[in-house]
Design a protein around this ligand. Sequence first.
Ligand code: IPD
Ligand code: CA
Ligand code: CA
Length: 277
Amino acid sequence: MTTPPAAAPAADAIDLMQVAAIMREVARAEILPRFRTLGRHEIHQKSHPGDLVTAADVAAEKALSERLTALLPGSAVVGEEAAHADPAILATLQQDAPVWVLDPVDGTRNFATGVPRFAVMVALVQGGDTVAGWILDPVADTLYAARRGGGSWCDGRRLQVAAPAPLHALAGAAGFGHAKLFKPHGIRTRQSGSAAHDYMQASDGRADFAVFRRRLNPWDHAAGALIFTEAGGFCRMSDGRPYRPGDTDGDHIILAPSEALWRELRDILRPHIEGRA
Ligand code: IPD
Ligand code: CA
Ligand code: CA
């Protein structure tokens, strides 16, 4: 009698630690050895001078794609670099099968210029919703992970967003256009050059909030939005809809420690959202 093949794990039963181990191995093999050692021929510009791809992005995406689809037979992949080459790949997010959404190196400009603020992001999406998300900072070797309904964790420690505070005491991640609107309220802002680091800082309370706009690529936001939400934060598109990884045409994602603060931040940003500032 032949033994039936082991059943493939369901997407929402995937072992968070197995995926974390794969991310760490890929970062050690393909990303860290190239940090501060890249040759000029290994760095290329994509859509504009700040939009880069390196040999590390390409090699890490390939390794993650192979290892994660092997872990979850029948799953598909939407990787940043593959989607850059063929934007039609984004339609994969609408299918029923589980989809790995990969940002092999987030903060590529930092990585390519020797700044140690970059990360690997992986999300598992099914039926258009994120069921699990992971962010690895390979330099600090810290890994943030969340499963839908299961809280957010950093290497065994439960994550909690910042406690709500008055507007003038808030500090968070926002671009230059937002900073101009926040400043009169005493709200401090900064830019890290890595959405992954912005999500990590908001999810563990080092930052109070974050605002993201334009190019809402799923690999930049799917993992972080789930991790922040599972850490108790309020994450919505500026029109109040919950973020979904297929929402590439939305205008802003706003993260706040409470719904009340989210409304206050959204109201301050309104001129920007409505294209008046
Ligand atoms: C970029 C970074 C950056 C954000 C950009 C992203 P990449 O990702 O997260 O902070 O402002 O919108 O594209 O290209 O370095 O993976
Ligand atoms: Ca990115
Ligand atoms: Ca990237």
